[in-house]
Design a protein around this ligand. Structure first.
Ligand SMILES: [Mg+2]
Length: 474
């Protein structure tokens, strides 16, 4: 019997992370991690959940845009939508009136991200597979059909993508078995938020080393001397073998997974993130002065739309052996295409819901694989870690075929609100999501939605003012 989409529901869910300084960096000093959440409903009991991430005010605007985009799906047959997700994506993004308030950027595009992800979640649930497994089990032809291909054929054609995917197809099962066993490599950001004291940073860094991580990221860009001091503090811990977990030997800093990453004597890597705070010359000057802490890369050194600016920074930092990473604010596949064409990045940081959902992410994964650039997805925020493990598994198993040099961001905040939270194994790597009914792993507990819905949920209506006053008093 045909299943049709009958409606949708959105929720403006906000978590009061600004109270603790979680998520603070040089630009975002006061974040309430938020989810513009959508559930697509059908004529059967099949549903699809999706969300996009914001950091507080404006989350309601995204929810309004989600309703506009989701409306286009009402009355559609789910199997017809699933049969060609690339075409479905084109349809969703080409509303003849809505596209004027994009196209393919800003609020309308991240709203499309929430809706497209919800549809992919529904697709995976309908096949009783986690999302990553649904995609890696596709034939090369099916995967290419599911990809947003418009405007990128000057960088990669469908035929080239098919050739690449076919070349990787034979060993998919082997790679799937391997990653199920060892997990997917991760790095940790939550030790290095700008709003944390040195004492808290030292404690969290030691805990992260103990948990098996060997890639660490800290926020920079507010004060050069502070950054050097904090960077040296982190380096003093991650480079010292005494802090390694029992039984862990130092890794070879020149091994194939670490070569070129400025790894220290224990094989630990430090990355830095400026969250777009500098002009181009300022970025070059500032990052050069951080050479003593030996970062692998500088993330978001300048405005996210400035492709040639990133290229100039990368060129200027090359003699210092410091790379450039960006992507969490790259608003569509064309920006990634140009970053790759201009040789502006060493590391490609896709975001699961700033790009407009799985179909557009697939196009960037294919381009990055063709250009030979490592993909290390962005995953701060709420829900993003749950999402991106699926995308990295797709990249490794079906597209690039490699995870040796990749690291997927991990931030240990707010996972408890999800029915299928992501998890990390004892070697600091992501476990593979495996439940038949978890879809894209983004379904939130109903109780969390009710409690944190803004402004009427119990937390915001009755507890927030007291919590704020308590923090101020300490
Ligand atoms: Mg960042």
């Amino acid at each position: 019997m045909s299943v049709k989409i009958t409606g949708y529901e959105t929720h403006d869910v906000r978590f009061p992370t600004s109270l603790t300084g979680d998520g603070t960096d040089a630009m975002n000093t006061d974040c309430d991690y938020s989810s513009a959440y959508v559930t697509l409903k059908t004529s059967s009991d099949l549903v699809g959940h999706g969300m996009t991430f914001t950091i507080g005010r404006g989350n309601d605007i995204v929810c309004a845009a989600i309703r506009e985009v989701a409306e286009r799906l009402v009355g559609k047959d789910t199997e017809e939508l699933f049969a060609n997700m690339g075409q479905t994506w084109d349809y969703l993004c080409s509303d003849p009136q809505l596209r004027w308030i994009g196209p393919e950027k800003g609020v309308i595009h991240i709203a499309l991200g929430a809706v497209d992800n919800a549809l992919w979640d529904m697709f995976a649930r309908s096949r009783k597979k986690p999302l990553w497994k649904l995609v890696v089990d596709m034939t090369p032809e099916e995967l290419v059909n599911a990809t947003a291909f418009r405007y990128i054929t000057d960088a990669i054609t469908k035929e080239e993508a098919l050739t690449m995917l076919r070349a990787k197809a034979a060993a998919k099962a082997e790679r799937e078995a391997h990653v199920r066993e060892v997990g997917y490599p991760a790095y940790v950001t939550s030790a290095g938020w700008l709003g944390y004291s040195d004492e808290k940073i030292a404690r969290l860094t030691k805990e992260a080393v103990q948990a098996g991580f060997n890639h660490f990221k800290m926020k920079v860009g507010a004060d050069r001397n502070d950054d050097l001091r904090r960077g040296k503090l982190i380096r003093s811990i991650i480079d010292d073998p005494q802090y390694l977990p029992a039984g862990h030997k130092p890794r070879d800093p020149n091994g194939p997974d670490l070569a070129g990453k400025n790894a220290g004597p224990t094989g630990s890597v430090l990355m830095i993130d400026a969250n777009q705070v500098w002009d181009v010359p300022q970025a070059i000057d500032y990052v050069k002065s951080l050479e003593p802490i030996k970062p692998w890369f500088i993330e978001e050194p300048t405005a996210p739309d400035d492709i040639l600016g990133h290229a100039a920074i990368r060129k200027a930092l090359k003699p210092y052996n410091i790379g450039v990473a960006t992507g969490e604010h790259a608003h569509n596949r064309m920006v990634f295409k140009q970053l790759l064409q201009a040789e502006a990045i060493d590391v490609c940081q896709i975001d699961s819901c700033r790009l407009a959902g799985v179909s557009e992410v697939l196009s960037v994964l294919l381009m990055a694989a063709k250009f030979g650039v490592t993909v290390c997805p962005h995953a701060g925020g709420v829900g993003l870690c749950e999402y991106v493990i699926h995308l990295s598994l797709i990249d490794y198993i079906a597209i690039s075929g490699s995870m040796e040099r990749n690291v997927l961001e991990f931030v240990d905040h707010l996972h408890e609100h999800f029915i299928h939270p992501c998890s990390i194994n004892k070697n600091g790597r992501y476990n593979v999501p495996n439940a038949a009914d978890e879809g894209y792993s983004i379904e939130m507990h109903q109780s969390s939605i009710e409690r944190y819905e803004f402004p009427k949920g119990a937390y915001w209506a009755t507890e927030h003012e007291a919590a704020k006053a308590k923090i101020r008093a300490t």
